[in-house]
Design a protein around this ligand. Structure first.
Ligand code: PRE
Length: 357
């Protein structure tokens, strides 16, 4: 390419960038007005259903060649920065920095929100309940390893609502100071991450010792001081602690997703494609399992998930967690839940929120 041609292309890019910037400022001025309008009403500043509608519409209409994934990331940051003009958001997450929960929280809230790591799942709930954070993010299940009991147990005591779900594709890297696989004598990680890479470890590092720690990010931090150790953690944890990748993507099942919940103090209104989570315990009677599902099947309501946990106060009694398609403001959902209530000793609606696939 001649120098002149390159100059001309760059001039054209500058003109377009100026237009984009002008449009961003015009958009931001409108968002500020939206924020003022919300101040009077009860409305939340953060509206996950509206954000999802924006991404879905733009990706659907994207003619390319700008990649769909790029559209989402760019608009994620535009909305995050715009929202910070309405109200700077503070989001508590299960830390430390660079855990998968941190990555999921950044994916959901963008870089302009203030993300504050917490030491435990109860601490995340506590920050939100006391109003020190607007929202909290915690893991709830992994596609290979199942449910995070700690999170479900929190809903026994907490009155916080689930306001959104986040689905994150989890990919594990083997990280060390040198990036040399042959130097590894010990592999450190969270037990779930070790479990998700079990076959790869048996095949490629059969004689190393495996060490459990509280988080993948802590593993990366420890490895930064130990030449003979490697951590299984996210790429982000590797760059935070200056580690090299000894092997990229070592999870046994590449189809590895973790679902996170965003908790807040109010339930968002309908988006048209929602999910409702409830928890309940039933009386110990013959045929009860069949009857507790009948209010949903008779109305054709799709159940996405059912989990049970032992009720700690009483042996052999269980609490059920049910996710169903629809919003608690939908008449049919409300009626089904009220129908179910007659068989329950206890029932609580945990929240209705936009469904993510
Ligand atoms: O539409 C709103 O309610 C807004 O506040 C605007 C906006 C946006 O930038 O488009 C910002 C934050 C919300 O989470 C959703 C959308």
């Amino acid at each position: 390419m001649t120098e002149d041609k390159l100059k001309e292309f760059r001039r054209r890019i500058d003109v377009i960038d100026d237009q984009i910037l002008d449009l961003l400022n015009r958009r931001a001025r409108i968002v500020v007005e939206v924020g003022k309008a919300k101040q009077g009403a009860r409305g939340d500043f953060y509206v996950p259903s509206r954000e999802k509608a924006i991404y879905d519409r733009l990706i659907h209409d994207n003619a390319g060649p700008f990649p769909d994934d790029g559209v989402r990331r760019v608009f994620r940051e535009i909305i995050s920065a715009s929202l910070s003009l309405e109200e700077p958001l503070k989001v508590a997450f299960l830390g430390p920095q660079a855990t998968f929960t941190h990555v999921a929280t950044m994916q959901q809230f963008g870089q302009s929100a203030r993300l504050v790591p917490q030491k435990s799942i109860p601490a995340v709930f506590d920050e939100v309940a006391r109003g020190r954070a607007n929202y909290g993010v915690v893991p709830v299940e992994n596609s290979n390893e199942g449910i995070v009991n700690h999170t479900l147990d929190m809903f026994f005591e907490s009155d916080l609502k689930i306001i959104a779900e986040i689905l994150l594709e989890v990919s594990h890297d083997l990280l060390s100071i040198s990036g040399d696989l042959a130097a590894v004598r010990k592999v450190i990680s969270h037990p779930q991450a070790l479990a998700q890479c079990r076959e790869w470890l048996e095949e490629n590092l059969p004689h190393v010792s495996l060490v459990d720690v509280a988080s993948t990010a802590l593993a990366a931090q420890l490895v930064a001081d130990d030449e003979s150790a490697a951590a299984i953690a996210s790429e982000q944890a590797g760059s935070l602690y200056g580690l090299k990748v000894a092997k990229h993507k070592i999870e046994d099942n590449p189809n590895n997703f973790t679902r996170f919940l965003v908790v807040g103090r109010n339930t968002p209104s309908r988006s048209g494609n929602d999910k409702t989570s409830i928890m309940f315990s039933v009386k110990d009677e013959a045929g009860i399992l069949y009857r507790m599902l009948e209010p949903f099947s008779s109305r054709g309501i799709n159940l996405c998930k059912i989990e049970s946990r032992p009720l700690r106060k009483k042996a052999w009694e269980y609490i059920f967690f049910l996710d169903l398609e629809g919003h608690i403001e939908d008449v049919i959902i409300r009626e089904a839940v009220e129908d179910l209530r007659q068989y329950c000793q206890f029932l609580k609606v945990l929240g209705s929120y936009p469904r993510v696939r």
